[in-house]
Design a protein around this ligand. Sequence first.
Ligand SMILES: Nc1nc2c(ncn2[C@@H]2O[C@H](COP(=O)(O)OP(=O)(O)OP(=O)(O)O)[C@@H](O)[C@H]2O)c(=O)[nH]1
Ligand SMILES: [Mg+2]
Length: 413
Amino acid sequence: MKKVILVQRNEPGTDHGTNERKFVELKELARAAHYNVVGVLTQTRYPDRKYQVGRGKVDELAELVEALDAEKVIFNHQLSTTQIYNISETCKCEVIDRFNLILEIFASRATTRRAKLQVELAKLQYELPKARAIVSLLKKDERPGFMGLGGYEDSYEQDVKKRIVRIRNEIHNSCKGGESLRSFRHERGFSLVALAGYTNAGKSTLFQSLVKEGVEVEDMLFTTLSPTTRSLSIKQRRVLLTDTVGFIEDLPHWMVDAFRSTLDEIFLADVILLVVDMSDPLDVIRQKLVVSHDIFWKRTEGAEIVAVLNKADMVDPDDLERKVDAISYLAPHLVLVSASSGDGFEVLLDTIYENLPHWSRSSISLDMSEDSLSIVSWLYDEGIVHSIDYGEYIVLEVEAREEILRKVRKYSI
Ligand SMILES: Nc1nc2c(ncn2[C@@H]2O[C@H](COP(=O)(O)OP(=O)(O)OP(=O)(O)O)[C@@H](O)[C@H]2O)c(=O)[nH]1
Ligand SMILES: [Mg+2]
C-alpha cells in the first residue's frame, strides 16, 4: 500500500462539524483507494488569501513527506495546476486533490465498458482547463522533451478536446447494453441483487460474508464475472450478488455521470440492498437514506429496496432501538445486521428471498420422449425442480417465472 499524507483545510466561517465530516470522508476515500495514511497536516485558510497555500506550510509538508517517507500527498480541496506543480516540486512527490482521488476510485471500480468511458470522460473534462497551463509550466522550466516543439501547447489542448468528443460518441452508442444483459441473466434463471450505499457502510464486508456463508453456483456462462459479482443460491433461488462503489457526498456536476455509470449494476437489480452504517449520527443516517432513495427512484423500475442496517455491534442496544424507530418510516424493509459478526444474516437472507421477483409453483406431466428430456434440463436451468418422477410419464414439481411455466404447460399432458 502506498504511503500518503492528507492535507486538511479548515475554513474560518464554516462550522467545525462540516469541516470535520469532510475530512473524515477524505480518510474513508483514501482507505477505499487502498492508501496507507501515514500523516495529516492541517492548514487554515484565511479569507484574504483565497487560494494560497503558504510557503511555510509547503516547507512543513516537504519535511513531513521526507520524515514519513510518503509517496503521495492528497489535498482535501481543489488545487490549481500551478499549485500542484509547485508543491510537488518542493515535496518531491506526487500531489493530487480530492477530485483526482475520487476519479482514481471510480477508475478502479468501473466494470462495464460504459462505466470506464464515463470515468475517462470525467478525467478529461477535469484536465482540459489545466492542459494549457501544464504545458506552459513545463516549457517555462525548459524540461527536456519540450524544447523546440512549436505549437505543442495548442496541439495538446486540441488532442484532449478530440478525445472528449470521441468518448462522448462512444458512450452514446454503447447505452443500450444494460437491458440485454439483464434479460440474458433472467433467462438463465438468475435474479439480480446489488449492494449499494455510502462509502464505508460495510458493503464489501457484507459481500464477502454472504459469499462465504452461501453456496456458490457453478455456471459456465459466468466464468467471466467481474471480481465484484458472485453467483449464489438463496433457498435454491439463484442470484447474482454484486458489490458496488460507495456513494460519495458533494460530487461536482461534471463527476456525476461517471459516478452513476459505476452504479449500472444497481439500476439493473431486482433487489437493492441499501447498506447503512448505524454508527453514524441519526441525522446523517437519515440524510443518507433520503439521498440514496432519490438516486434509485429516478433510475430503477420496480426494484425492491431492502435497507440493511449494518454495524449493529458498534451501537448500544437502547441507542440502536431509538435510531431504528426514527428511520423506520423511510424504508419499507429494514434488517439489522453486523456484517463482521454475521448477526442477522438469517433474517437478511429471508428478506432477500421474499423480495426476489415472483415465481410460481406448478405440477407438470410430460410424456417420455427426447423432447421432454430437453424440457426437463431447461427447467433445471430456469427454475427450481422440487421433485421429479420418471414413471410412465415424467412428473415434475417446479417453481419458475410464470412465463416459463406457461410455455411448459403447453407440453403438459
Ligand atoms: N464493527 C463493525 N465494523 C464493520 C462492520 N461492517 C464493516 N465494518 C468495517 O467498516 C469498514 C468499511 O467496510 P467496507 O466493507 O470496506 O465498506 P464499503 O461500504 O465496502 O466501503 P467502500 O467500498 O469504500 O464504499 C471496514 O473497516 C470494516 O471492517 C460491522 O458490521 N461491524
Ligand atoms: Mg467496498
